[in-house]
Design a protein around this ligand. Structure first.
Ligand SMILES: [Zn+2]
Length: 134
C-alpha cells in the first residue's frame, strides 16, 4: 500500500474522473493506493495505465454513469469500463478477484501515477486464472 505519492498524501476519500469530466467516481482508499501495477495482457499493454485495487464497495459512480461503456473480451469475466466521450479507462471489475475493482491511478485527482516508484508489471499474458485452469 502507498499512502503518499510524490509528496502528495492519499486521502481516504478520493475523487477520480475521466479526461472530459463526464464520469466521476468516489473512492474509499483507507489503505492508500493498494498494489499499484501495470499488466502486459493484450488490453492493458494498449492502455499502459497504472492500476490499483479496491473492494467493490470502495468505488461509487457519482456522475456520468450513463457515459460509461463496458468492454469485455476473452472469457468475458472481467468488466472494463471507459468513458464513451473521451475514451478514458476508469475502472474494471477484476477477473482474478471479482470482489475487487481495479482503477486507473491516473484518474485520481492530484496524483501523478508516474511518481509511484517501482511499479511492477504483472504477467497478464499468462493470467493467474489461466494458470489455474479456471
Ligand atoms: Zn470522459
Amino acid at each position: 500500500m502507498l499512502k503518499e505519492v510524490g509528496g502528495v498524501c492519499i486521502q481516504p476519500r478520493h475523487r477520480a474522473s475521466c479526461h472530459c469530466g463526464s464520469v466521476e467516481l468516489k473512492l474509499e482508499l483507507p489503505d492508500g493506493i493498494v498494489d499499484p501495477r501495470r499488466c502486459d495482457c493484450s488490453l492493458c499493454r494498449r492502455k499502459g495505465a497504472v492500476v490499483a485495487s479496491v473492494p467493490l464497495s470502495g468505488i461509487r459512480v457519482v456522475k456520468g454513469g450513463e457515459c460509461l461503456r463496458l468492454y469485455q473480451f476473452n472469457t468475458h469475466s472481467a468488466k472494463h469500463y471507459f468513458c464513451a466521450n473521451c475514451g478514458i479507462y476508469t475502472h474494471h471489475q477484476r477477473r482474478s478477484h471479482p470482489d475487487q475493482y481495479g482503477y486507473n491511478v491516473g484518474c485520481l485527482e492530484g496524483v501523478n501515477p508516474f511518481a509511484i516508484p517501482d511499479v511492477p508489471t504483472n504477467d497478464g499474458i499468462n493470467h493467474p486464472a489461466d494458470r489455474l485452469g479456471v
